[in-house]
Unconditional design. Structure first.
Length: 307
């Protein structure tokens, strides 16, 4: 094989790999208050600087209040996007679900009634979808308050949340609801990260009035048992964490709702954290969702069809 031919093949492979690497963007699911308009998106090439994609892409049609808060999304190996969200502040016994191939056209919305077995349940808040690639199934984690089920602590009985979960292959047949985590205090807004086999991290909000900050727990399975919650790694009055790996670091974004800004820290071990709030740029009005990697063609389609 002659040298020019080898060089040509090498150049072709380099360009092929480079093009492949350029095809993914970070997409941040979003909503604006008062959460009745529906699903919004941000996008980023580097996971640090974000731009809005104009318009809303799925208007909420289910639930007592028909809102869309806390939209959480994953893409499965077949290319389908799966979205879950909070449908009401109080009164609903489930969360919303819809799917899409292109983030523009969506399936019919449906309620997944995960707390229907206990009608005293106050709410179903902030469902977070996690795809278990080992079991090839979805896990959805959320927070509910079931009055008098747990020691009151410092919270009122109707604001004393714990973290629950279900598993499902298709959102048609759903497992029984199980308690995922009782850290001994009111907790909401949990997100699960897989670092490696038998190495999982959960970022959660301590929702007690004295704290309202973010903490960490570790487990060898996404389904637990999880370790005791860490000390807080954020200031008070933050919520809605989401985690994305950027290079060798994990970026944890969160809504600093009292200041009406977005914050972020980076970490490699979920023990030591560096504040990155001054270095990120997030459009005004963005409210918390989740970040996932999306092919560039999908983002191009959204931009082309933005309203």
């Amino acid at each position: 094989m002659n040298k020019p031919f080898i060089l040509w093949i090498t150049f072709f492979l380099f360009m092929f790999v480079s093009c492949k690497q350029e095809k993914d963007y970070y997409v941040f699911t979003s909503f604006h208050e008062p959460a009745t308009d529906g699903l919004r998106f941000l996008y980023s090439a580097d996971g640090v600087h974000w731009d809005s994609i104009a318009g809303t892409w799925l208007k909420p049609e289910i639930g007592k209040q028909q809102i869309m808060r806390d939209p959480s999304m994953v893409q499965t190996p077949d290319g389908t996007f799966h979205l879950v969200w909070t449908t009401s502040w109080k009164g609903d016994l489930g969360f919303g679900y819809a799917s899409s191939k292109d983030l523009i056209h969506w399936s019919e919305q449906k309620m997944i009634p995960v707390m229907a077995h206990d009608t005293t349940t106050v709410n179903v808040w902030a469902p977070e979808i996690f795809y278990d690639d080992e079991q090839q199934q979805f896990m959805v984690v959320w927070a509910s308050c079931v009055p008098n089920r747990f020691p009151r602590g410092v919270e009122e009985v109707k604001n004393n949340h714990r973290l629950y979960y279900i598993t499902t292959k298709d959102f048609n047949t759903v497992s029984e609801t199980k308690l995922l985590y009782d850290p001994g205090f009111s907790s909401i807004d949990a997100v699960i990260v897989k670092r490696a086999a038998k190495d999982y991290v959960m970022v959660l909000k301590d929702n007690t009035r004295a704290n309202r900050n973010l903490k960490i727990a570790f487990a060898s399975s996404p389904y637990g048992p999880y370790s005791e919650a860490s000390a807080a790694f954020t200031e008070p009055f933050v919520e809605g964490p989401t985690v994305e790996k950027v290079g060798d670091d994990y970026m944890i974004y969160f809504d600093v709702y009292k200041k009406k800004i977005y914050g972020a820290v980076k970490t490699r071990d979920f023990i030591n954290f560096t504040n990155e709030t001054a270095h990120i740029s997030v459009p005004q009005g963005h409210k918390h969702g989740t970040i996932c990697k999306v092919p560039k063609a999908i983002v191009d389609g959204l931009i082309k069809n933005q309203k």
